[in-house]
Design a protein around this ligand. Structure first.
Ligand code: MN
Length: 248
């Protein structure tokens, strides 16, 4: 029997102090990994870091918490867009209550979405802290592409709305450690669940979570779903294949 691959749809590989080692281990373990970036100006560096990889995929991003300071990098983002199918980390973060900052975040995110929509087959990994409903409004009903809500922490009502829009949800070790996180994950249909490390920001017992840490997430999902670990791993890998097969 073929063992399904592990999947990490959101990892900041460039922010590990030992990034070369983490990339090498991820690639040799054949973990499907979306290597997100936080600003367009570091994307070409990420391309260099993972250029020889088959399983580690470089993603082009502009993190919402950097939108105000890095909005000037949008042209770099648009110019690099054709070089990858993977987009992230992008989105909205309403931890800030400053109206002008939220406004810039929405403008940047909206431009990114328009460009991705025009391309048609992008896969986005999206940050939506305290802003899920505005994220879903921005994506709209007819977005041509696929999206993953990373580290979802919104309401259960919004999960329903997101699922109707076609959202996938990527689950990390920190989410499964929290009771609220587990409650939210349980409310998402299994065929929409993906796994992520969000390393090095999320930590596990041994230190920063790495792509290999999604193994703990798969075990946690198996417990939550009351199924075998291998079955949970198959489910998340099938989900990754399904989102990868999407062409709109
Ligand atoms: Mn992140």
């Amino acid at each position: 029997m073929v063992v399904p691959q592990l999947v990490d749809t959101h990892c900041h590989l460039d922010l590990f102090s030992n990034y070369a080692e983490v990339i090498r281990v991820t690639e040799s373990a054949q973990i499907q990994c979306i290597a997100v970036t936080n600003t367009p100006s570091v994307f070409s560096r990420m391309e260099e870091l993972v250029g020889g990889c088959r399983y580690v995929l470089p993603a082009l991003g502009l993190h919402p918490e950097l939108a105000s300071s890095r909005a000037a990098e949008l042209p770099i983002f648009l110019k690099a867009l054709s070089r990858t199918r993977y987009i992230g980390e992008v989105g909205l973060d309403y931890t800030t209550t400053v109206a002008s900052e939220r406004h810039i975040q929405r403008r940047v995110f909206s431009e990114i979405l328009s460009a991705c929509d025009a391309s048609g087959d992008k896969i986005l990994t999206i940050h939506s802290r305290r802003a899920v409903d505005d994220v879903l409004d921005a994506i709209g009903q007819s977005f041509r592409g696929s999206f993953i809500l990373h580290w979802y922490s919104g309401s259960r009502r919004s999960i329903k709305r997101a699922v109707e829009r076609g959202a996938y949800f990527s689950v990390n070790p920190a989410m499964l450690r929290s009771q609220n996180g587990r409650r939210l994950v349980a409310a998402v249909p299994r065929e929409r669940i993906l796994t992520e490390s969000d390393g090095p920001f999320v930590t596990v017992d041994t230190g920063p979570a790495t792509p290999a840490s999604v193994d703990f997430v798969v075990a946690g999902l198996a417990a939550l779903w009351e199924t075998e670990k291998l079955s949970a791993q198959s489910q998340t890998y099938d989900n990754f294949l399904a989102i990868s097969a999407t062409r709109s």
